[in-house]
Design a protein around this ligand. Structure first.
Ligand code: 16G
Ligand code: ZN
Length: 538
């Protein structure tokens, strides 16, 4: 009863926006920040319930709209493992976000708690709160805090401004009983990066790509955080930080999403001294990154090195270490339909097993967890490398075998360093960037050499506004259309006209559109295929 009246009272102060239906979507709620107060408050309640349900484990709640415009914001929940909220709670998230008044909200909560066997009796619950640099974040954190505290026994711990992967990392570390502050996060990243550098073979020490790395931080939280790593790693890595957020606008003509989608350089990268230099772009909340180089002076054309190529570099390095060990290890590479066909061919050619999932981190991550080593990336630059506990303890065991030889011991140490460096909860641009830099130094490769691993097939992406995107239903990891009837046959027939043609359509999980992707041997053909497909669909 006490619980009920607290909930009724607090929720009356957060009325939902009128006339908007909110949905948890692929990666949490996203909308104009001005309408999110009630959603954030209600998801605060959900996070506290999730903590109760998981025996008091720490749950994460991140306020961010990633690469979207600065006036937007969003909210997503991290489960005790540090991964995304379990999908079977998403319908509950949708229903409470859209409850019309306090009475119906409390009814939904009570019913759900009953169904899930959650006792609202004041047992301990904890939620870690984080936000990106958006100005709306501060008041949204307060609203989330109110939601959390209206569940008896629940406490909120505010981590302030953090990257999305930092928050996921902290949730995971806390629940494992490990040291979990931001200081520990940076220590773990910089220490494992230095191990990798120390383990570089003598022979490639002379041809390090010593040049600097220039990083576009999307005018977001990445600027401040990368500065910390820069100071820690000064002797091993020459970093230059741009678009750190001191002047420009978040995600406005900058950042990984912009660079990857538009295939142009971000703001602030036009000078002739930048041509040919190794550059990278982070997104607004630092869970994505891509590399690029400027091709010529005076315009913004680039050679893009996207998530597929980052994945290929990581997979190649890991495979090399495993072949030194000469053991049969289950490595799985996970991609989506957006992966460039040339990358999939390359990965297959080097003997790796490639599997596909639908778009969205929760799907890729879940699949990658099934392997000893699971490597996943979306073309847009979100991904990481996961190591199973079983594999890690096996590594630990063979490290101490006296007769294994220096070569093998070094390979083991490298794999252990990668496991420490790479965020095990979610894709993390900072750890990913450090792994790229370590591998390039290890191989003695320039960014151009890396980019030569394979040549991307030309591709085109379009979005189509439709009356109801849910009319399009896909299957086989979004590569074929199930509904409406006849559409897949039409796409197949069109695609067959183009050599190396590949094409799919899917409803967006974040916007009210249907997306079209086409790939072919030439850019003209890819454009034509996407275009004719677009027409078929309308
Ligand atoms: C979200 C996903 C991203 C995916 C994108 C697709 C997470 C953390 N983020 O941003 O992985 O690529 O949605 O958007 O899962 P779309 O469905 O609109 O094409
Ligand atoms: Zn992001």
């Amino acid at each position: 009863e006490e619980q009920r009246s607290i909930l009724l009272q607090s929720s009356s102060r957060f009325p939902p926006p009128k006339g908007t239906k909110l949905s948890y979507g692929t990666a949490g709620f996203r909308a104009d920040a001005s309408i999110l107060q009630s959603t954030v408050f209600r998801i605060g309640i959900l996070a506290a319930l999730r903590s109760l349900k998981t025996g008091g484990a720490v749950i994460g709640l991140m306020i961010t709209a990633s690469h979207n415009k600065v006036s937007d914001n969003g909210i997503k929940v991290a489960d005790p493992s540090g991964g995304m909220l379990t999908q079977d709670w998403e319908p509950f998230a949708d229903s409470i976000a859209n409850a019309a008044d306090p009475e119906s909200l409390v009814k939904l909560i009570t019913e759900f708690a009953k169904k899930e066997n959650i006792r609202l009796d004041g047992a301990k619950a904890a939620v870690l709160l984080g936000r990106d640099t958006r100005p709306s974040g501060e008041s949204l954190v307060k609203a989330a805090n109110k939601g959390i505290c209206s569940v008896l026994g629940a406490v909120a711990i505010d981590m302030g401004i953090v990257t999305t992967p930092e928050l996921h990392w902290m949730v995971r570390a806390r629940n494992k009983g490990l040291k979990a502050t931001e200081l520990h996060y940076f220590d773990q990243l910089s220490t494992s990066f230095r191990w990798l550098i120390d383990l570089i073979p003598e022979k490639s020490r002379d041809n390090h790509p010593i040049g600097k790395l220039v990083v576009d931080c999307s005018n977001g939280v990445g600027g401040e955080k990368l500065q910390v790593l820069k100071e820690k790693l000064n002797a091993f890595l020459h970093l230059e930080i741009r678009n750190s957020g001191n002047s420009g606008i978040l995600n406005d003509g900058v950042g990984a999403d912009y660079v990857q989608k538009e295939k142009v350089a971000p703001q602030g990268f036009f000078g002739h001294s930048d041509v040919g230099i190794r550059c990278a772009s982070l997104d607004g909340d630092v869970d994505r990154f891509v590399y690029f180089t400027l091709t010529s002076n005076g315009d913004n054309k680039i050679n893009l090195v996207d998530g597929d190529k980052i994945l290929s570099l990581f997979a190649l390095f890991i495979k090399q270490q495993l072949s030194i060990l000469n053991e049969d290890v289950g490595v799985g590479v996970v991609q989506t339909a957006y992966a460039n066909g040339a990358s999939t061919k390359y990965l297959n050619d080097v003997g790796l097993k490639v599997v596909f999932t639908p778009t969205g981190v929760k799907y890729l991550h879940g699949k990658a967890e099934e392997y000893d080593i699971g490597i996943y990336f979306e073309a847009n630059g979100h991904g990481t490398v996961l190591f199973s506990d079983h594999f890690l303890s096996w590594l630990d065991g063979i490290k101490n075998e006296p007769c294994s030889g220096l070569e093998k011991q070094n390979a083991v140490k490298r794999l252990q360093a990668v496991a420490n460096l790479m965020n095990q909860a979610v894709g993390d641009a900072l750890s990913g960037l450090l792994l790229v830099e370590a591998i390039l130094q290890h191989m003695g490769w320039s960014v151009d050499k890396w980019n030569e691993l394979y040549h991307d097939l030309p591709s085109r992406q379009l979005k189509v506004k439709v009356a109801d995107r849910s009319a399009v239903v896909t299957t086989n990891a979004e590569t074929s259309v199930e509904k409406p009837p006849g559409l897949q046959e039409a796409i197949t027939a069109l695609t067959a006209k183009y050599p190396q043609g590949r094409c799919f359509v899917r409803p967006s999980g974040t916007e009210d559109v249907v997306r079209v992707y086409a790939e072919a041997k030439t850019q003209e053909e890819a454009d034509e295929l996407a275009d004719s497909d677009d027409k078929t669909e309308q």
